[in-house]
Ligand binder design. Structure first.
Ligand code: MSP
Length: 518
């Protein structure tokens, strides 16, 4: 990997027919960690998120609320922007599919596909699910209650017959397979890549890419009775945000192909089959990588409207605090797998990894320095073997974590960092600096200096995951804001630098009832 290649990273654009919940927060936080990591690592980053605002589902939801689709979309798109602020998301751009820059780009791509003979007018007859905004083959449907037929996702389907434009997807099967073959890292995790390949090997039918039975969408150029199929419209956001159709100047030549599209497993097919075929058909390069993460259940149950168990991100942040939520999401599961979001699991991570392990380490060290070293960075002397060993582990961290982040193995990156937290805690117990205070104050200084240096490394490396807590720790070590990038890791804390009064960075979570009784 070239270290200085610009890094363009995207979340899916979120449908405006639902309010933000844990699932959206998850995708967005994972991307934010990557964006922050790459910036700290010196890469030029563009981190894009936004909202997907067209389609029949949005038109129907707006109608049900007595609003115009645009009013409705404005409101919910605002709620997704608020989610970004709440979760401390560092996106560089926010695209809405109702924006002029997007509409222009989508129509230009359509015309390009038409010019190349990739789109033709035909007649569609088949099953459509408004909830999934997807077409299904008869053979894919499953039996529902009372003799009804359902999409494989459990969504209702309706029979649709209309004049539609079609994209010649069937013609792309072999070229798609050849591309996947030539780019083994382009779809992750591996099991998902295999699923995509076998889907494409199973044969591709031409894809209906316009609709006439509703109007909330981007009109087909030259035939405005048709609106462009919402997935074609939505996927193109990744390049309209870079200024497409201008591919020669501006951001497009800098940032395309994207380094990574992060998506949930449910929308992988759209992002690796349809999207790649659209791009190749228009003579554009596919993204370098698409990663499909897993899904959360909540206390063992699927999140659903009928169960009413969607967790709004605000509720999580109010209950546990922002950084603990960010940490939990990325530490609890192997990224790519499904998992369960339970109160017990969050509290156990929060009180274990954060409060007891990392928080307590920082608190102990900073308090001892404050009390015993005149509230200033202590004087190091000749390091003993144990000091060098611990410092060596801290200094080796970036080299170990970087390849894990490059593969989106967040849980392993955190596990690796926390191994040094554990080493440091063991070192504190073994060296017992509180006892050295009387017996060997110079040695105490060296031990506390070693620990402060390790904390500086930990503070810098945890910034992408827990930005506020890491900043708080680095403030307490008086590390200047321009010395917090990964390039500054080899710098050392200057002995004698005054330190502010210390305070905890990760408070313990106390259950409400227990707190009320005490
Ligand atoms: N609008 C489309 C994406 C178009 S991108 C060109 C869409 N939007 S969505 O709002 O329905 O979903 C966005 C993301 O939220 C998906 O990546 C999806 O996987 C994720 N999640 C929704 N529920 C989830 C969980 N329960 N758990 C984890 N992620 C989940 O699809």
């Amino acid at each position: 990997m070239t270290a200085d290649r610009p890094y363009f990273l995207t979340t899916p654009i979120y449908y405006v027919n639902d309010l933000p919940h844990l699932g959206h927060a998850y995708t967005t936080v994972a991307c934010d960690v990557l964006a922050r990591f790459m910036r700290l690592d010196g890469r030029r980053v563009k981190f894009l998120t936004g909202t997907d605002e067209h389609g029949q589902k949005v038109e129907r939801s707006a109608q049900a609320r007595g609003q115009t689709p645009q009013q409705f979309a404005d409101e919910i798109s605002g709620a997704f922007r608020d989610m970004g602020r709440l979760l401390n998301i560092s996106n560089d751009d926010y695209i809405r599919t109702t924006e002029e820059r997007h509409v222009r780009g989508v129509q230009a791509l359509w015309q390009e596909l038409e010019r190349r003979g990739e789109i033709y007018l035909g007649r569609f007859a088949g099953w459509y699910s408004v909830r999934d905004e997807a077409f299904y083959d008869e053979s894919e449907l499953v039996d529902g209650p009372n003799g009804s037929r359902l999409a494989p996702t459990g969504a209702d389907v309706e029979w649709l017959e209309e004049e539609n434009y079609f994209f010649r997807l069937s013609a792309w099967q072999d070229r798609l397979l050849a591309w996947y073959e030539a780019h083994p890292e382009a779809i992750a995790p591996r099991s998902r890549r295999n699923e995509v390949i076998s889907f494409v090997k199973g044969g591709l039918k031409d894809l209906s890419v316009s609709r006439t039975s509703f109007s909330w969408g981007i009109p087909v150029p030259g035939n405005p009775q048709h609106v462009i199929y919402v997935w074609l419209d939505a996927l193109i956001n990744y390049i309209t945000a870079l200024g497409y159709p201008d591919t020669d100047s501006g951001e497009y030549p800098v940032f395309w192909p994207a380094e990574l599209h992060m998506v949930g497993k449910d929308i992988l097919r759209f992002h690796t089959v349809y999207w790649h075929a659209f791009l190749m058909a228009a003579g554009l390069e596919p993204p370098r990588r698409v990663f499909a993460h897993g899904w959360w259940t909540v206390e063992g149950q699927k999140m659903s409207k009928s169960l009413g168990n969607f967790i709004p991100p605000q509720e999580l942040v109010d209950e546990y605090g922002l950084d603990p939520v960010r940490y939990f999401m990325l530490r609890e599961l192997p990224f790519g797998s499904d998992g369960d979001f339970s109160h017990r699991a969050v509290v156990s991570r929060l009180n274990g990894d954060l409060a007891n392990d990392f928080g307590n380490l920082a608190q102990r060290v900073l308090a001892m320095i404050n009390r015993n070293c005149g509230a200033a960075v202590p004087e190091p002397g000749a390091f003993a073997e144990a000091d060098e060993k611990l410092l060596g582990e801290a200094r080796a961290l970036l080299g170990r974590v970087r390849p894990l982040i490059a593969e989106q193995a967040f849980h392993l990156a955190l596990e690796t960092i926390w191994r040094v937290v554990a080493d440091a805690n063991r070192y504190v117990d073994e060296q017992a600096p509180w006892a050295l205070r009387r017996t060997d104050p110079a040695r105490m200084g060296i031990v506390l200096y070693t620990l402060a240096e390790v904390l500086r490394h930990l503070g810098i490396l945890t910034q992408p995951f827990v930005p506020d807590a890491a900043a708080d720790l680095l403030d307490q070590l008086a590390v200047p804001t321009d010395a917090r990038s990964f390039a500054a890791l080899p710098e050392k804390l200057p002995p004698g630098r005054k330190l502010p009064a210390p305070h905890g960075i990760f408070p313990r979570f106390v259950e409400a009832e227990a707190a009320a009784q005490s």
